[in-house]
Design a protein around this ligand. Sequence first.
Ligand SMILES: [Mn+2]
Length: 347
Amino acid sequence: MPQWSNKGDFKFSAGPWNMHPGADPFGPPVRPERSMVEKFKILKDLGFDYIQFHDDDAVPDEASVGERESIAGKMKTLLDDHGLQAEFVAPRLWEDARGIDGPVTSNDPAVRQWAIERGKRAVDVAHLLGTNRIVWWPAREGTYIRESKDAIASFEYMLDWANALLEYDPNIRILGEMKPNEPMDLMYLPSTGHWLALAYKTKDPSRVGALIESAHSILLGLDPSDEFAYAAFHNKLWGVHLNDQNGLKYDQDKAFGAVDLRRAFNQVDVLVRHGYGQNGEVVGLDVKAMRTQPAEISYLHLKHSKEVFLDLMELCHRIDRNEWQQYVTARDYESLERFILRNLMGK
Ligand SMILES: [Mn+2]
């Protein structure tokens, strides 16, 4: 029998980018940007305990090495003042013009070296914010034109990058967040499975794990709960980005459970039954407000996603596991399906 979480065990996180002015590739911002202080206050009021950071959310890229400590120190104080903690720091390698060809897998060795330095900088920022988790979303490590790079060399470069960070700091842990596409046409490590295979080739596999976003699994045509379970089987489910996704489109980051409540239930059920959170893992919500929403209510997607999670967690504890098991034993899957739907409808 798997270890069970207690009710209320879960800690929640979100990133500053989850409250955003609503710009998209086809239109400008529609709401004013909130200050970091305002975002922290909203998240704390909503019962979030952790903040997810890109390295430059905490320390601007142009800050000198000397300035880094004091700028990050101020952010740490701001977190402390709000009773919040940093969950992780993710180097925003994809935003820099130098990374146009995929910084880690660039054909230019100088760019690859810059990617390693930027990764080390993120490690420094993580320390200053009080976390040892680095999230790597290899956003541009793929191609638009397959012939433009050597794939085998690219896998080597990705391994080199991870190893460089592991060597740089003996306490740092790397959480790979894989995604099959967008902004790139095709990515080199599209799935959690690809990433875990690479993780076992690193210098210290015990410090390399996964963060899985629901939408990324759905874009692969996979069920997120199975992806969570696979990483958990390896003891490498160290982070999740819960959200929802309406099929094979762009990465939508819809409110958790908004498209497929049953799929959301199965994700929560895996987390509950696996005892997720008992080793400090955080339930990350990576959701976006609809662009149509006015500023005053453009935080409700976070509130509602957390509420849906907690409602589903409550259902996981309340659902009649004996009845569930009877259908499994009898191989009466039609009735099992009806039983799940009946529970989801609160009947
Ligand atoms: Mn996403």
